[in-house]
Design a protein around this ligand. Structure first.
Ligand SMILES: NC(=O)c1ccc[n+]([C@@H]2O[C@H](COP(=O)([O-])OP(=O)(O)OC[C@H]3O[C@@H](n4cnc5c(N)ncnc54)[C@H](OP(=O)(O)O)[C@@H]3O)[C@@H](O)[C@H]2O)c1
Length: 205
């Protein structure tokens, strides 16, 4: 799959590496092509390349947003038309927001022409996205959104990143659950002292 990643910090970098390992072609959309973390991501060969944002998304079928929500408006102003592309919101609106929207996914539906928006990859740390394996156990991922096509893509990409399963929490109206799950992860990791090496898993019998 041809994937553009907007925001190549902790989350964007981790998923770029994970998806490149799984054989996907990654186009990083960056502000500064000479940034050290961008250069580090692109030294591995032709699988990951860096471009100005509008160029990165041009041929991509899927675009991951891994930026601070407050940056979204400015980012979209420089991206061009996103119609027909699957947009994945990996952000958290726990501390900041995109305009008046409760999540970046809601803003993407309102501010772009894409009808395929999904929220995913926001409920665990970037370090877990690099390696979701916990001994014999493998972490799960969670997603929500009303586009079944976008959810199919997100589920595939979660598995390609090594997650055991990507559970569907429902349509757009269920997206607040994902923001809350992220807030619980952050609280456990940062406030309750559990540290970053934690992830959610659904246990069944
Ligand atoms: N950290 C985690 O474990 C984690 C887990 C799940 C979800 N999230 C969410 O994922 C998002 C990214 O988190 P992160 O930890 O990856 O952040 P980060 O390491 O600070 O990276 C943020 C990225 O966004 C880019 N950016 C910031 N402002 C921009 C603007 N105005 N225009 C274009 N690009 C801009 C930065 O570009 P420059 O390098 O050019 O500044 C950088 O590449 C946040 O919404 C966060 O809540 C984080």
């Amino acid at each position: 799959m041809q994937i553009a990643i907007i925001g190549t910090g902790n989350v964007g970098g981790a998923l770029a590496r994970a998806w490149a390992r799984a054989g996907h072609r990654i186009f990083l959309g960056v502000r500064n092509l000479q940034d050290q973390k961008v250069l580090a991501l692109t030294t591995g060969g032709a699988q990951i390349t860096a471009h100005p944002p509008a160029e990165a998304v041009r041929d991509a079928e899927t675009v991951l947003f891994a930026i601070p929500p407050t940056a979204l408006r400015q980012v979209l102003d420089n991206l061009g038309d996103l119609e027909g592309k699957v947009l994945i919101d990996a952000t958290n609106s726990v501390r900041t927001r995109a305009g008046e929207f409760a999540s970046v996914a809601d803003a993407l539906r309102s501010w772009t022409k894409s009808t395929d928006v999904v929220k995913c990859f926001n409920t665990t740390g970037f370090n877990v996205m690099e390696n979701p394996q916990f001994g014999e156990m493998t972490a799960d991922m969670f997603m929500a959104g009303s586009s079944s096509h976008a959810k199919e893509i997100a589920r595939q990409l979660a598995r390609d990143a090594g997650f055991a399963e990507c559970y569907d929490l429902g349509g757009d109206e269920r997206i607040p659950l994902l923001e809350s799950l992220a807030a619980i992860w952050i609280d456990l990791a940062m406030v309750q002292g559990q540290g970053r090496n934690i992830a959610f898993k659904l246990l069944k019998w």
